[in-house]
Design a protein around this ligand. Structure first.
Ligand code: AMP
Length: 114
């Protein structure tokens, strides 16, 4: 059996974390090192390492992550916009090899990202 990812351990309550929402397919976690006043992560229960590992079978799951992201943004009071980001691989600074959708907001976000 492969070792659980960091996010699996948080979702399984083996590590501390602030879980804001969960259902049978994903959870919303508060980011431990926020890059904006609101920074949460929508994490699928399935430990897909990155976007490069997606299959067609995962397409409904990815759609679900976005509807949960929209609801999380609303719950966090992000009425003036927000950003959703999947970092993929080294050049994008992906640090946790378990797919997660960042939801960032609460301030004016710069573009292009650094
Ligand atoms: P990425 O760099 O796209 O892989 O994003 C990983 C995110 O996970 C970063 O924004 C980290 O701050 C966040 N993170 C790392 N460890 C934890 C943790 N224990 N609980 C919540 N978020 C975490």
């Amino acid at each position: 059996m492969t070792e659980k990812t960091l996010f699996q351990k948080i979702m399984d309550r083996e590590l501390d974390g602030e879980i804001l929402y969960e259902d049978d397919r994903c959870a919303v976690l508060r980011d431990i090192n926020p890059q904006a006043p609101v920074h949460v992560l929508v994490v699928p229960r399935k430990p897909i390492p990155s976007l490069d590992d997606l299959t067609e079978q995962d397409e409904p799951l990815i759609g679900h992550l976005f509807t949960v992201a929209r609801q999380a943004a609303a719950n966090e009071g992000l009425t003036n916009g927000y950003r959703t980001v999947f970092n993929n691989g080294e050049d994008a600074n992906q640090t946790v090899p378990h797919l997660h959708l960042h939801v960032l907001g609460g301030r004016r976000l710069g573009w292009p990202p650094g």
